[in-house]
Design a protein around this ligand. Sequence first.
Ligand code: 4AD
Ligand code: MG
Length: 460
Amino acid sequence: SAKMRIAAALASAAARDGVLLQGWVRTVRRAKEVTFIALNDGSCLDGIQVVIEPSLANFAELGRLGTGACIEARGDLVPSPASGQQWELRAREVRVLGEADGDYPLQKKRHTLEYLRSIAHLRPRSNTFGAVFRLRSALSFAVHRFFQERGFLCVHTPIITANDCEGAGEMFRVTTLDPRRPPLEKGDVLWKDDFFGEKTGLTVSGQLEGELFAMAFSDIYTFGPTFRAENSHTSRHASEFWMIEPEMAFADLAADCRLAEDFLRFLVRYALEHCGADLAFFNERVEPGLIAKLETLAEATFETLSYGEAVAALKRSGHPFEFPLEWGLDLQSEHERYLTETIIGGPVFVTDYPEGIKAFYMRLNDDGRTVAAMDLLVPRVGEIIGGSQREERMPVLLERMKGKGVSEASLGWYLDTRRWGSCPHAGFGLGFERFLMYVTGMENIRDVIPFPRTPGNARF
Ligand code: 4AD
Ligand code: MG
């Protein structure tokens, strides 16, 4: 018999004899004459129903199988008389590969997301997390597809680095374990200092290295893990998250915004085309109206407001914010939400932020007090993209570095691009988890990454 994934078997749209399916038991239902096993191998949301008749030698044993057991079933794919499923597997032989007893933590009832987070090693076997991680996988592929189709070079930027790109002091430090003290105990006596004598940390962004590659390959992108030592306990911050960072030579802020818009529309369209069943699940269980929202987004042009206009609109609204806003202050999440959810009613680019609240590498505007920055804010999640046109003029760049206390000596390699063959360029970073929150409707960043790393959460 032909070994198949359940999704492929269901998609084959024809009755066929001799199919071998393998997976994990979701439920066992004993009727008078037959036993039904709901089986899933992760390839699709619903899995398949396996029909077990008393003629099978181990009929009684199979009726006692617990949720979570692993089996393989040989049989025939036949039209299902039950509603809601087109095909079922009439089993001829079922082997139990791994049993599961009543202690299996993922029983049939609906569990809370908090509980499922506490069993992050088993939650991918649930419907919700099956859908989340299938979507995450499909969209990872779509990210590469978008950029590769447009001729962007994929560059793997380093994870261990000496530069703090954002200058926010949020780096985790890298040290080495002392090999002469093998037993791992409490305290940090086991750690030797530094990266073989150099002070390094985990990267907060691949941008600076990405810029160097854009100065050679014109259009590049990175897609990798980044780390932020923010001790924030919010639903949208993680210590480890994945970021996509395109960088384009010969591009300004407007081109940067157009790329971001095309990119998001492409990803949303890809999800609608390839992940329909999973999105329907989110639409029904997680965020009512999700699919309609995504269909709109797939065709949308986003609104653009300058930071000055955004601040003015927020002040004009008269809304009683917890942190009152003044020109020069950063937008807090309450401002981002009010702007996107109430004032705009959708995603919005906010551009040209005050120089004082943005990183050293952003290009100074002619007014001398704002920079060519853009953030894309979306309802519910807030900022999902941060980007800018880069400062390509050496004297201006040096001045801004001085103003922000960024050491020139440590960034000599970066400054070389301004010394030799500098050109206008721009890029942005999309937080992959923030984007997944927007596309799935999931409300906590811990629920869109397989093993979340947040303060107090490094176990699995
Ligand atoms: O705005 P950020 O800090 O920008 C940069 O890192 C630039 N170097 C990007 C660039 O221009 N190449 O981060 C970019 C995005 C944010 O908009 C947000 O979506 C996400 O990364 N992000 C986080 N996601 C999860 N947890 C955190 N702690 C995050 N910090 C930023
Ligand atoms: Mg930002």
